[in-house]
Design a protein around this ligand. Structure first.
Ligand code: CUK
Ligand code: CUA
Ligand code: CA
Length: 669
């Protein structure tokens, strides 16, 4: 262990002792804005390989010592009431936000759209979940995207979204797509940014625990292709390959794969066999490299084994070489999967000059890797080390050219920044902002100072500021910070615990998304936004980059019923199709009749052209509920198994006669 790691281990075990001795948490307490009030209460302590990790950690900064002393009054550090003009960050009625924030929804399986700086929630986009607001998972069209079993029921009803990343052109967002992962079933989804709806979902073969995802930013070979054509996917859980039950308990044969998916077809192009488990993914600005922080280089299958080694790695993938190897057929297949696999393990790649991968050792069990907006560096930090490792893009390319001796020669800084560093974001002035999970802080550190300090310059002080957040941040992200247009204005901290920051709402708490103004020397906390559980990563996009369709084109739907006069019932044996339209405040048919046992398909087109004039369609007892937006067509299919009268009604308030907007479905016995 290095000196830093030793110190971290000591801090961690002290914190654990403190917190296990703490008294049990009370559900309702007066709100106290400092993190000390949280730390003094009981928190979870986890025993890990040789060291204990207290969830609410100890105190390393003088800032937090100050705020601890002032616990009963408002916090002074980094501004408090009276020091900050909060009205600057308000969005008055009728005004629009300057940024979109696209956020993952964790185990809700959805994606969300917020406005910043207001924190207004605009939309929840169902992706891997079922959503009866819009009928996602209920309509035939959405079921087809999610995937069905042979009997027509959904293959999966659950999802776990962690990372959202839009497609790029020339180093910034092109407003076309946003990609998101599903960790549970290893699926990648694509959401169209013009309609903000999911249009494609692909299940990755040979993979469990698909976690990190990142689109490339240009082609590594063809300079004309300066936009996203591939999406890279890491996988966390190593499994027997093939995982069909023939070899369950032989961990030596378990491995993980790194997958490349075609951004347009959404089909997997190739996979790379790797050592260890892959977590987050980042890509370079020149299209040459993708990388992923690796943990469990031990390939352990039990908790303790996954933390045995002192170092894990940040793994770099040489895209051009991998694609050449795939083209040359230097591949193998796994089980019934047709996706070509190349071997990117260390053992199979002894010569840097031909190597497909580079494993740069970093302190153990890292969680997070991010590319700086100037394209020069990757910051990778470890939850079990108080450091961030800065890797130089140019030096990685030199290593692949055989010009460097050791993989570690690509490291240009490793500042000590605080406890439990997870994810790093950047401004446009050479500063990095890392979330400190255990310290409940955001630490701002200067890249050039960190590099000087690593070279031995004692006068260089990497850490320039710290701010407390409430509490335990996971991801943090800056406005436009994952593009070359990083603007250095805002940082948003997505915190895992909100504790006492909001009115109590029972045992399940909201999370806090805290908005921090990073435009000055000192970070300023300017807003607490409550967010529904449980976002991980988000993206802050300038609003001009998003151009949406506010009304559909009726011609985009091949099955559209284009005129109310076309409404009818067609029967083919036991299959009945009802062609229906909606136009405020009526449906195109006042009633329709089917027989018990019929398989009924209802195709509904919303003929209204007015923006925002959405109709709903629900049938009681038949479990049908969906909406049609202006000029949109959707369909549902069900078995008419219950004779009787059922009022199909509009669920979405659309007109003064909205309540009258209903039709009879007569099911004959
Ligand atoms: S992960 Cu959740 S805080 Cu899935 Cu990006 Cu780090
Ligand atoms: Cu149509 Cu309410
Ligand atoms: Ca929580």
């Amino acid at each position: 262990m290095s000196e830093g790691e030793n110190k971290a281990a000591r801090h961690l075990s002290e914190a654990a002792q403190k917190t296990t001795r703490g008294k049990a948490t009370e559900s309702v307490k007066p709100a106290r804005p400092d993190r000390r009030s949280f730390l003094s209460n009981g928190a979870v302590a986890v025993a890990g390989a040789g060291l204990s990790i207290g969830l609410a950690g100890c105190n390393t900064s003088s800032d937090s010592a100050k705020s601890a002393g002032a616990a009963s009054s408002a916090p002074k550090a980094n501004g408090g009431p009276g020091e900050i003009d909060y009205s600057k960050y308000e969005v008055p009625p009728g005004q629009l936000d300057t940024y979109y924030s696209f956020s993952s929804g964790g185990h809700s399986g959805e994606m969300r759209i917020y406005g910043l700086p207001s924190g207004r929630l605009f939309k929840r986009i169902p992706v891997f979940n079922i959503d009866c607001l819009v009928g996602w998972g209920i309509t035939n069209e959405s079921k087809k995207i999610i995937g069905t079993k042979p009997d027509g029921s959904l293959k999966y009803c659950t999802g776990d979204t962690h990372h959202v990343h839009p497609s790029y052109t020339d180093g910034t967002y092109n407003g076309k797509y946003i990609f998101v992962n599903d960790k549970i079933h290893s699926r990648i989804a694509r959401v169209r940014l013009d309609t903000m709806e999911c249009d494609k979902i692909t299940e990755l073969p040979n993979v469990q625990g698909f976690h990190g995802i990142f689109p490339d930013k240009r082609d590594p070979v063809d300079p004309k292709i300066n936009y996203t054509t591939r999406v890279f996917c890491g996988s966390e859980f190593h499994i027997p390959q093939p995982n069909d039950g023939r070899d369950l308990n032989n961990p030596k044969n378990y491995f993980c794969l790194f997958t490349c998916v075609d951004a347009e077809t959404m089909e997997p192009r190739w996979q790379v066999k790797v050592d260890g488990n892959l977590d987050l993914v980042a890509t370079s600005y020149d299209g040459k490299l993708a990388c992923s922080n690796q943990y469990n280089s031990e390939n352990g299958v039990h908790y303790e084994e996954t933390m045995a080694a002192e170092r894990d790695a940040c793994v770099f993938f040489h895209i051009e070489r991998i694609e050449a190897a795939v083209k040359a057929g230097k591949t193998f297949r796994i089980g019934t999967s047709k996706v070509p696999v190349v071997d990117g393990t260390k053992a199979a790649n002894p010569d840097p000059k031909t190597s497909l991968t580079l494993y740069v050792p970093v302190p153990k069990n890292p969680h997070g890797v991010n590319t700086s907006p100037d394209g020069k560096y990757y910051a990778c930090s470890g939850k079990l080390s108080p450091t961030a490792t800065l890797i130089d893009h140019g030096l990685v390319l030199q290593w692949f050219d055989g010009q460097l001796k050791e993989p570690r020669d690509t490291v240009v800084a490793e500042p000590e920044i605080g406890l439990g560093p997870l994810h790093t974001a950047f401004d446009n002035r050479g500063n990095a902002y890392t979330t400190l999970f255990l310290d409940s802080q955001i630490v701002k550190w200067n890249i050039e100072a960190a590099i000087k300090s690593y070279k031995g310059d004692k006068a260089a002080k990497p850490v320039v500021d710290r701010i407390d957040v409430q509490y335990q941040p996971g991801h943090g992200f800056t406005s436009m910070g994952e593009t070359k247009e990083a603007d250095g204005k805002f940082f948003l901290s997505d915190n895992k615990f909100s504790k006492d920051r909001f009115l109590p709402v029972g045992p399940l708490h909201p999370e806090t998304a805290q908005l921090i103004d990073i435009s000055g020397d000192k970070m300023k906390l300017v807003a607490d936004h409550a967010v529904y559980s449980e976002p991980h990563d988000s993206i802050i996009i300038r609003r001009e980059l998003i151009k949406t369709k506010q009304v559909y084109d009726i011609n985009d739907f091949p099955n559209a019923v284009k005129d109310a006069k076309e409404c009818r019932v067609e029967r083919k044996g036991r299959k009945v199709t009802v062609y229906l339209t909606s136009q405020a405040p009526t449906f195109g048919l006042r009633e329709w009749t089917v027989k018990k046992g019929d398989e009924v398909t209802i195709i509904l087109t919303n003929l209204d052209k007015v923006e925002d004039l959405t109709h709903g369609f629900a049938i009681p007892k038949y479990d049908i509920n969906f909406i049609v937006n202006p000029q949109e067509t959707k369909s549902v299919t069900f078995k008419a198994d219950k004779p009787g009268v059922y009022w199909a009604y509009c669920t979405n308030f659309c007109h003064a006669l909205h309540l009258e907007m209903r039709s009879r479905m007569l099911v004959e016995a």
